[in-house]
Design a binder for this molecule. Structure first.
Ligand SMILES: [Ca+2]
Ligand SMILES: [Ca+2]
Length: 464
């Protein structure tokens, strides 16, 4: 009999906000073609919702400052054929105002060969415009900026400048589309290399950490809305600068990765902010990195990480391993008829399977086929077929086991069900046949016909 288990059950993704260290697959390398894939320190990326591409500008390499405005479409990078680009730089502030009619990417400041820039540019998806008369914030490099959807303005905070480059500022500026406006908003201390993201659910900008010259890295979390800055937390990630942070629209949380610790070592942690508390997602080696940037790619539904001290483009995989159906159950093997146990699973990448009986791994051979596939078949079954069966499924994240499927056995020759093959089974078979009772079925074809009598004799001779 071909029996696929029909227990409707589902193993969901098993963590939620506020839990302890969540198990996730982590950052997975994305195959990319095009040139901007190499290491770039302090590049800036934003998501262009009109063209459904990620826009990259700037970043430093050992060879200097790669030029051009680049678009990522999910598989390849291509340079946008602009007529004018801002001069190539790194450590600039860049953010995007979404909306088909209003979309603008705003760029301010940065650094190039030790010079601090204070020019303001906007990009409409096709070309850049230099706002030559705009007088920008005093923090020229390693500031951060978001578009604050609730306030309808770009919000720029902090940054460094000065002769040594290590004079930091605590200034909040709004860009209204034409001018920079200083805002009196007491809040975070002066700093640079901090991280900002906009949280559209809680309608606030989020700021974390950064370097306060003379005081080291900070670990405070602030939010910014119409009432100004609010200190939300002083616990969570360690004191950090140069990390990457953005809002993950698939999770509804702000995600932070990497950065430089006070020890100067790169950080390998990923953290998640739910509006009130930070949760350590995991220490996701081997990509401890700093000077990277992060963006949510709406078209692909992925949080992307790129740039920094490690080459490559990475996407966050929040999975905690395969989902398996069913989670368990019970089954009866009418021996010697075949038994089929089926399992289905979804997960990341190519799945591999391994069936176990009573926690001993099964291999193909003899009566067993499919021991490393979703479907295990035992043909023929016998009195020893009974036991606890389960299947382990491995995806790119981890290995998980199905629940145990308890297999009981029943001897087909024992038609009268008294536990032994005895002469009474002959009479019982005749009665079952005359009544078209399924107990008369002996040759595993699922129907009761006269040929089942020959099969019953064979089954009887094989014994129970
Ligand atoms: Ca019997
Ligand atoms: Ca039959």
């Amino acid at each position: 009999m071909n029996r696929l288990l029909a227990i409707a059950a589902y193993v969901g993704i098993g963590f939620g906000a506020g839990s302890s260290t969540a198990q996730v697959c982590g950052w997975e390398a994305v195959t990319q073609t095009g040139t901007p894939g190499g290491p770039r320190l302090n590049p800036r990326v934003v998501y262009d919702s009109t063209a459904s591409v990620v826009i990259l500008f700037g970043g430093g390499t050992t060879g200097g400052y790669p030029a051009g405005t680049w678009a990522w479409n999910g598989t390849a990078w291509s340079q946008i054929p602009t007529t004018t680009d801002p001069i190539a730089r790194n450590g600039h502030a860049m953010a995007l105002r979404p909306g088909d009619a209003t979309q603008t990417i705003l760029l301010y400041g940065g650094e190039r060969f030790g010079s601090f820039l204070s020019d303001t540019w906007s990009f409409d998806g096709n070309d850049w415009t230099h706002h030559a008369s705009a007088v920008g914030p005093p923090g020229h490099r390693l500031a951060d900026m978001v578009f604050h959807e609730a306030l309808g303005v770009f919000v720029h905070f902090g940054g460094g400048a000065g002769p040594s480059g290590n004079t930091a500022f605590a200034d909040t500026y709004h860009w209204d589309g034409q001018f920079w406006n200083a805002v009196f908003a007491p809040g975070p201390s002066e700093r640079m290399s901090h991280m900002m993201a906009y949280d559209p659910i809680r309608q606030e900008a989020v700021l974390f950490g950064g370097l306060r010259p003379g005081f080291g890295n900070q670990s405070d979390t602030w939010t910014y809305d119409a009432s100004g800055w609010t200190l939300k937390s002083t616990s969570g990630p360690p004191p950090l600068r140069n990390a990457a942070m953005d809002f993950d629209h698939s999770r509804g949380t702000v995600v932070l990765h990497g950065g430089r610790l006070n020890s100067f070592a790169p950080n390998n942690q990923t953290w998640e902010w739910n509006g009130s508390t930070w949760t350590l997602v995991g220490e996701l080696n081997p990509i401890a990195r700093e000077f990277d940037d992060m963006v949510y790619d709406h078209a692909r539904g992925q949080l992307l990480l790129l740039g920094g001290t490690v080459p490559g483009l990475f996407a966050m995989n929040w999975s905690d391993g395969p989902s398996i159906t069913p989670v368990g159950g019970s089954e009866t093997a009418d021996y010697p008829c075949p038994l089929t146990l089926g399992i289905s699973a979804t997960g990341s990448g190519t799945l591999s399977y391994q069936w176990y009986k009573d926690n001993v791994a099964l291999t193909d051979g003899g009566a067993i086929t499919g021991a490393q596939t979703p479907t295990l078949t035992i043909n023929p079954t016998d009195a020893l077929t009974g036991g606890g069966y389960r299947c382990e499924i491995t995806d790119t994240c981890t290995t998980k086991s199905s629940g145990t499927i308890l297999v009981n056995t029943r001897c087909l020759a024992d038609v009268n069900g008294n536990g032994v093959a005895d002469p009474g089974d002959y009479t019982a078979w005749i009665n079952a046949f005359n009544n078209n009772d399924s107990a008369a079925e002996q040759n595993c074809d699922g129907t009761v016909t006269p040929t089942d009598f020959t099969a019953w004799i064979a089954n009887f001779n094989a014994g129970c």
